[in-house]
Design a protein around this ligand. Sequence first.
Ligand code: HEM
Ligand SMILES: *[C@@H]1O[C@H](CO)[C@@H](O)[C@H](O)[C@H]1NC(C)=O
Length: 322
Amino acid sequence: MNSSRRVALMSVVCFFVLLCCSAVSAQLSPTFYSTICPTAQRIVRALVRQAVANEKRMGASLLRLHFHDCFVNGCDGSVLLDDTQGFTGEKNAGPNANSLRGFEVIDKIKGIMERVCVGVVSCADILAIAARDSVVELGGPGWVVNLGRRDARTASQNAANTNLPGTFFSLNNLISSFQSQGLSANDMIALSGGHTIGQARCTAFRTRLYNEANMNQVFASSLKATCPRTAGNGDNNLTPFDASSPNLFDNGYYTNLRSQKGLLHSDQQLFNGGSADALVSLYSANQTAFFNDFAAAMVKMGNIKPLTGNSGEIRKNCRRWN
Ligand code: HEM
Ligand SMILES: *[C@@H]1O[C@H](CO)[C@@H](O)[C@H](O)[C@H]1NC(C)=O
């Protein structure tokens, strides 16, 4: 091989190494704030603990916020931007409107953060740490959170409507939705275990309740008073995903699926005679296996397309760009 060909080959190799590693996690690092704001993680932890002590469901709401951030143009805090006269953000997208919550908790964390470390800690990172701390507060696994995300100066209602999975999705739809974010079918099955905490509105499960045969009939009957058949009646009435332990992050979600007690159509798709059944059975029998896989998949989800370096900004207020 002559030297110019060797140089050409080397640059091709370098190009692919760079491409591969930037796709995995850009420049995020668990120690990103250890010199520039060493108390950052302690501040988030303390305020999440307080918020969850005040209302257990808040842990679920904060976990979901991070998910809805990451699936829409990456984990860039876009979900937190308020709509204004000239700007349409993501808060009123179909999957988010009248449903996402926890914004005040993030505001409170950000307010204290800005007093301690001015202009240093992004809203996107606060979301990622708060999601982990929420799971831990409710009895679930911990993991090391990669940090260094910056905040977007944009948001996309359209992408929120397109990229977030719907309750009416089939197993194949769910798999491809997660695959288009670089997450595997197994990641999707593990991450869906997030539905072991929190609540859903009647509108999210009414169609299943009155139309689907793969729903435990005792379970269905118990929900019909909360969620009447006729649209417009009780649309916002809430019911827990995991009735037996709604505020405990455990493997109850998978045990429920095995007895056809999945609340959403999309939940029960994971145990309906298809390719996801085996992993659901494993997780329902082995909570440690679920915890390990959930934690690893949360790290992967948190690495989706972060803004780093000079991209984006560190917002002063999570609801608006600077
Ligand atoms: C697999 C596709 C998914 C679909 C179709 C889906 C859909 C939904 C729906 C419809 C609700 C109820 C919203 C409402 O009625 O207001 C909900 C709540 C929730 N979701 Fe998901 N979700 C999915 C995946 C995930 C993932 C990956 C996570 C986190 C890892 C997650 C965490 C949660 C939590 C914690 C709640 C309860 C929030 C609260 O009580 O405030 N979901 N989801
Ligand atoms: C449960 O899963 C963990 C993690 O994969 C594994 O180490 C352990 O042996 C499993 N336990 C049983 C009883 O199979």
